[in-house]
Design a protein around this ligand. Structure first.
Ligand code: ITT
Length: 198
């Protein structure tokens, strides 16, 4: 059995396997193991993904009596005043990519961004949040590839016009909201555990 040294495991509370795969890849580069805890909690309603992630992490850390990480992410479309934003999960399940493309019909300004808020909480302790943004455009049609949420319709800047769905996990992490937020978290976390276990 592989023994993970204390502090080197990050407990990610999420029900989204794609999120786990992407986060694991980033954290692995820092020598951190990722444990996915598929636990359903109640998410607060808020316009701020930062607040949602923070509150989820705080309540989960207390409930599980464990240091945990949560992430809240969303797609913000400029011409739709930031929709679906914090409601991305619900909108993906109801309208899906086809529905977003329909809403965007006849709109030339395709500017959009993905945002990620990664929160870390200790039971009854500190909560820290790390943000990542990936700017890009909404495609005119779905481009299939790796299937994850709005990936088939989002074209990140600086990737030769390919959608997120066409990128490998490594390529996506290099430019994605999640990649950036988890990198910031990992750098902070590594320095924290170095201090704690010196
Ligand atoms: P949790 O259990 O971790 O909360 P979730 O699926 O509810 O998982 P979020 O609220 O963070 O995750 O994200 C909302 C939705 O936005 C998600 O279900 C996807 O449909 C979409 N989404 C988030 N990040 C994405 C990404 O990197 N690429 C494509 N779609 C993404």
């Amino acid at each position: 059995m592989v023994k993970i040294p204390y502090g080197k495991a990050v407990y990610l509370v999420s029900n989204n396997i794609n999120k786990f795969y992407e986060a694991r890849e980033v954290l692995n580069e820092y020598g951190l193991a990722t444990v996915m805890l598929r636990i359903k909690g109640s998410e607060i309603q808020s316009d701020s993904i930062e607040e949602i992630a923070k509150e989820s992490a705080r309540t989960m850390a207390e409930r599980l009596n464990l240091n945990v990480v949560t992430e809240d992410a969303g797609l913000f479309i400029e011409a739709l005043n930031g929709f679906p934003g914090p409601y991305s999960s619900y909108v993906y399940k109801t309208l899906g990519n086809e529905g977003i493309l329909k809403l965007m019909e006849g709109i030339n300004d395709r500017t959009a961004e993905f945002r990620s808020a990664v929160a870390f909480a200790e039971p009854n302790g500190e909560t820290k949040v790390f943000l990542g943004i990936s700017s890009g455009k909404i495609a005119y049609r779905m481009v299939r590839g790796r299937e994850f949420g709005f990936d088939p319709i989002f074209i990140p800047d600086g990737c030769d016009g390919r959608t997120f769905a066409e990128l490998s996990i490594q390529e996506k992490n290099a430019v994605s909201h999640r990649g950036k937020a988890f990198k910031k978290f990992a750098e902070w976390y590594i320095s924290l555990i170095k201090l704690k276990f010196k």
